[in-house]
Design a binder for this molecule. Structure first.
Ligand code: PFF
Length: 459
């Protein structure tokens, strides 16, 4: 049987956007911005997207399309007999780590659909009550694990049905719906009294709370996370693509859609947070503390509440699908496992790995054995701040220098004979992206600051 392919160009764009748009946009981006100084963070984030994210997105998709293989097989095909396939293996490992905690948050969204449907939000008169209820739920010893398992089961069901019948079909319906709903929430947020303060926090930079090294690292890590880069999701989706697609243009649309959704979500959430006198730096609970209260205040809030959490869960699902697909594609392409076997085995393994993450807010909250962090936080920091940027660094070095920017440009020209920004992209992928990512990783590992101090001392 031949390898699977997308049914249409738009099907691919929506599936790739479905991978990119997820909890990272609606749950993570607002709270990261809230913790890291609001608009100053947003600005650095946009720069990371424009200068690093877009060029790596093109590189990942074009590598996938050219090799028509999973990430390990793709590296092997372009550089046989070299250790570069390990960069692909790192991507697959990242898929395991991310999905195991991502699915825990996906499980929370499923629980919140039930809470919204059961009129539970009506009892929340202020965010403190909503916050306490969220904390009670996440600290429960069984419920978060059960919800995580349910979320993983849904994800496994879709991936088992394959590229066209599962992944593409679901994304075609879910992505437009999510966009419309966010627009409605945005209008509600903007019309709340006191919304202006939230807008200023989100859009007017204040550099006094800004730490160059740390904030840039967080922003870069989030750019990778949000665009699903550095671990082969776009690579794998690109590998199901036919040659007539204009990859640079498709990449631009995917990046644009993802960024637009993050900005919409940021405005919708911060206007509401400030209008209700909440703190923007509430951390991972931000969306779960504030939105339920917003829904009790709005006309038709009951319906909005249910629909919002349904869509949040589905946005999470379309991203989770791509994470599981990366892992399974390896076993299908390289090990010749039937798709269903790969999904069942790997899905179960990830489910088990997610259990300590699901318990990190309750029974295991005190077990800070991973560099002083809970298992959930450790998985998040390890994957967003290190594994994805490092994966992106390896990929850009490979495309720019090993496979070669010229050959990659030729590959882009299939489907886009003119490729006007070819030279700019070649420059970005050879120099800009690897240097920016390497500098930021070295800074985080405290290597650059030490070298700086040494040079200053010596001079
Ligand atoms: N981009 C997804 C989000 O923003 O929620 C998360 C994600 C999916 C990260 C797939 C990485 C990935 F490969």
């Amino acid at each position: 049987m031949g390898r699977e392919t997308w049914g249409s160009r738009i099907g691919f764009i929506l599936a790739a956007a479905g991978s990119a748009i997820g909890l990272g946009n609606v749950w993570k981006f607002p709270y990261k911005a809230g913790e890291s100084g609001g608009a100053a963070f947003v600005l650095v984030y946009l720069l990371c997207i424009a200068f690093v994210g877009l060029s790596i997105m093109i590189a990942e998709i074009i590598m996938g399309r050219s090799t028509q293989l999973d990430m390990v097989g793709g590296f092997r095909k372009l550089s046989p007999g070299s250790p570069w396939f390990l960069a692909g293996a790192l991507g697959i490992a990242s898929g395991f780590v991310i999905l195991s905690y991502y699915s825990v948050v996906g499980g929370w969204t499923l629980a919140y659909i039930c809470k919204a449907a059961a009129f539970r939000f009506a009892a929340f008169h202020d965010p403190a009550e909503a916050g306490a209820s969220f904390e009670r739920f996440t600290a429960h010893p069984v419920l978060p694990v059960a919800c995580h398992a349910l979320f993983m089961a849904l994800c496994m069901y879709i991936v088992a049905r394959g590229v066209r019948g599962g992944i593409e079909r679901w994304n075609n319906i879910l992505m437009p719906a999510l966009f419309l709903l966010l627009l409605a929430l945005l209008v509600r947020g903007l019309t709340l009294p006191g919304a202006g303060e939230g807008l200023a926090f989100f859009l007017r930079p204040d550099f006094s709370k800004f730490h160059w090294g740390r904030t840039t690292l967080v922003a870069l890590g989030h750019a990778f996370f949000s665009l699903s880069l550095g671990m082969g999701a776009m690579f794998t989706y690109g590998s199901y693509l036919s040659p007539d697609v204009n990859v640079p243009r498709a990449s631009f649309y995917i990046v644009l859609l993802d960024t637009a959704i993050s900005m919409l979500a940021g405005v919708a959430i911060f206007t509401a947070v400030f209008a209700m006198g909440l703190r923007p730096d509430a951390g991972p609970g931000l969306v779960f503390h504030t939105l339920p209260v917003v829904f009790t205040l709005m006309p038709g809030g009951y319906v909005f509440g249910v629909v919002f959490f349904v869509l949040l869960a589905l946005a999470a699902l379309t991203s989770a699908i791509s994470l599981l697909e990366v892992v399974c594609a390896y076993f299908v392409d390289e090990r010749r496992w039937p798709r269903r076997t790969a999904v069942l085995r790997m899905g179960t393994l990830i489910l088990l790995l997610g259990v300590p993450a699901a318990l990190s807010f309750g029974p295991l909250a005190g077990a800070k054995i991973f560099f002083g962090r809970t298992f959930f936080d450790f998985e998040d920091v390890l994957s967003s701040n290190y594994m994805l940027p490092f994966g992106g660094l390896l990929l850009s070095i490979f495309v720019g220098w090993v496979w070669g920017a010229d050959r990659a440009v030729e590959a882009c020209r299939i489907g886009n004979p003119r490729f006007r920004s070819a030279r700019l992209w070649a420059f970005a992928i050879r120099y800009l992206a690897p240097l920016a990512v390497a500098a930021i990783i070295l800074h985080q590992l405290e290597i650059l600051p030490r070298v700086g101090a040494l040079l200053a001392g010596g001079g």
